[in-house]
Structures are given as C-alpha cells and as structure tokens.
Design a protein around this ligand. Sequence first.
Ligand SMILES: Cc1cc2nc3c(=O)[nH]c(=O)nc-3n(C[C@H](O)[C@H](O)[C@H](O)COP(=O)(O)OP(=O)(O)OC[C@H]3O[C@@H](n4cnc5c(N)ncnc54)[C@H](O)[C@@H]3O)c2cc1C
Length: 377
Amino acid sequence: MKKKVLILGGGSGGVITANKLKEIMGDQLEITVVDKSAEHTFIAAYPWVGFGLRELPQIRRPLVALQRKGINFVQAEVLAIKPQENKVETARGEFDYDYLVVSLGAEVMPSPVAGATAPWFEAGALQLREWLRQSKGERWVVGVATPFHPCPPAPFEVAGMLDFALTVKGLREKSSIEMFHVNPAPLIGMGPVISHAISKILARKNVEFHGEFQLAEGGDGRVTSKDGRTLEYDRLILVPPFAPNKVVRESPLAGPNGFPDVSPVTFRSKQFENVFVIGDTVNPGLNLPPAGVVVHYQGEYIAGVIAAEEKGSYIGEPFNAVAMCIMDFGDDAVLPQCDFTAMLQGKGMPSCGVMAQGRSVRLAKMLFESMFFATMF
Ligand SMILES: Cc1cc2nc3c(=O)[nH]c(=O)nc-3n(C[C@H](O)[C@H](O)[C@H](O)COP(=O)(O)OP(=O)(O)OC[C@H]3O[C@@H](n4cnc5c(N)ncnc54)[C@H](O)[C@@H]3O)c2cc1C
C-alpha cells in the first residue's frame, strides 16, 4: 500500500508542497490536499483587487484542478488534528496519514475598530474598491495595530497605491493620507536601509507616518494611541489582528504561544516527527516573516525532506531563508531582499538590501503571479 501524505490547506504552502512532492515522488505516494474552500486564492493580490487591477476570479483557481496531476483534493473544513492517532477530523469524516503537512495559514480576528477594513481578505478588498468609487476627497488613514500580520510590507504598499489611485482620480489634492504603526519607523524590522528607502517613498507621496502608535481606541472617525495622540479620518484601512490558525492553536501541536513547536531546520513538529508545519501558521513563532516567499521555500524544502525519508536519501531544494518581496506602490516599486538566517537561529536581525527600484520592478510581481498559476494548476 502507498504511504499517505495529508496536506491541510490549499493555500500557498499546501499547493507548493503537493506539487513538489508529486514532481519528486510521482505515484509512489498518495497525496491529498484538504481545504474548506473550493478555490486557491493568491492572497497577495487582494490589494490589486481593491485598486481595480484584478477581479476576484483572476486571483483564484479551482483546487480540484490538482486532480489532473494525480493529487487528490477534498473540500472539507478541518475540525481537529489528532497527531497521537495519526488522524485528522474534518467535516467530511476522518482521514489518516503517514505524513501530515499543516499549512492552514493565519486566522483573521475581528477588527478592533468598527467600520474599518483592509484588503487582507475578500470583503476588505471589495470595500476598498467601493470607497474609491465613491471618493470625492477624504482623510484616509492606513493603520497597523498589531506586530503580527501576514506580509509586513503590504500596508506600506497599500498607502503608496492609495496615493497613486487618488492621483489618477484627480483627488489627491483634496485628500490626505496618514499612516500609523506600532513600530517606530517603516519596516524597521528589515533594518535601516529598507526603512530609509520606504520612508523616502512615503515622504515623496506625502504620506505622513506616525510611529510607535499603540492603538488605545477607535471609532466615529478618530483613532487614539495609548500616549494620547489622535488621528481623524473619513476612511480607515486597518490591518486586522491575526492569530495562529484556530485548529492548530487548539491541537496538541500548539506551543505555549499558540504557534507549533517545530524544528527550525526541518519544520518537523518536535513532538510528532511525521508532522510538518509551514507558512503563516508557524513562521512568526520561528522569527520568520509570515510571507508567501518564505512558505514557498519551506514547501519545496519539506517535500525533499519527506522524499529523503522515503527514498533513503534525496538532495532537493535547500531551505533558503533569503526572502525577496516586491513592494508595489502603483507608480513605483521596490525589491528588498532579506537574509533571515540569523533570525531563524535566534542570533540577530535580518540582513537586508534594496536589489532594485523603479516602476518596471512591478512587472516582476506580475510575472511571479503568472508563473505561480501556470506551474501550480
Ligand atoms: C494583503 C496581503 C498581501 C501579501 N503580499 C505578499 C507579497 O507580496 N509577497 C509575499 O511573499 N507574501 C505576501 N503575502 C503573504 C502570503 O499571502 C502568505 O504568507 C501566504 O499565503 C501564507 O501561506 P499559507 O499556506 O501559510 O497560508 P494561506 O495561503 O493563507 O493558506 C491557508 C489555507 O488553509 C485553508 N484553511 C484555513 N483553515 C482551514 C480549516 N479549518 N479547514 C480547511 N481549510 C482551512 C484556507 O482556506 C487557505 O486556503 C500577503 C498577504 C496579504 C494578506
């Protein structure tokens, strides 16, 4: 009988791992992806939906298409992970496995400010588009109230794209854009070089940045920080709080802070050695950024780790803790590259630099999106 690989989540990590395992192992393993949604969403493109560059069907693919490649797909909500029994409970029954890969992402929590939204999910992207459609010139605030959220660069991209979108509509002179953030300076976690480059872009775009803004309360057109600063707005784009995925948080895989305790070398659970956890479900707990580029490398890498166990040895992709992220500001773009190896080892800050800047860099992000869909589905 073939060994079973059960992959929870048909998001970035899930489809990358499934494809890579299939490529390496062919029909030697039975690979099954489980997701509550019928479709994969390329989440990084939600801001593009908000700014009218994409429609929802363009950023989605039916997960059943994986079956053409011989990868099983089951549409079902995962209810419980039972690693002591090598079983997973879903709304469509129980599944057993020889290897379990968990890539269930992060969970969006309710926004702390009523009426705020963000293009971090479908409703937020559509709401932003509606706000722009109705815009006549407003006070916009883009806020980040929690240190943990998928894609730390994205709020800065959204502020930059907002500037360009309002310019195109002829409304920039009548509008203001301010940003608040828990951190003292833009992307300071990526070091001074990146922080300076992004600060310059925000300044050029007349986006006023308010750092160390710990949100105390908000609503009725104003947000107030714990140290008493107040920003007034007509439209609030607030990145929602996120938590490690609930099913994982409530499973025996969870560590004390909710993130699973996995090896930073193989991404194997330290308690259950046939279980791997990758992506936004685990990365903040490993000091890695919750970013698609990181889970991409992790998915390809663990496919090789599983293949090595099955074949006796297999030299696959190395895990590359070097992440590139193309930041799209609409009329400009920046390509930062960061080496997170020291952070992963608990030995210090990432080493980052700006690899490229300019409007043409946006094309690379669009090319990546096309390549992703072409190779995964
Ligand atoms: C606005 C925004 C912009 C971004 N931009 C970039 C970028 O430019 N570059 C970059 O590298 N990264 C970017 N990211 C981050 C990137 O999208 C994530 O890091 C990546 O998608 C994480 O992959 P994952 O597999 O961990 O989770 P996800 O891709 O979120 O996949 C999780 C999957 O699990 C499923 N699921 C969850 N719970 C259950 C359950 N109980 N039962 C069944 N299925 C379940 C979900 O339906 C989903 O399909 C961005 C993120 C956002 C929000």
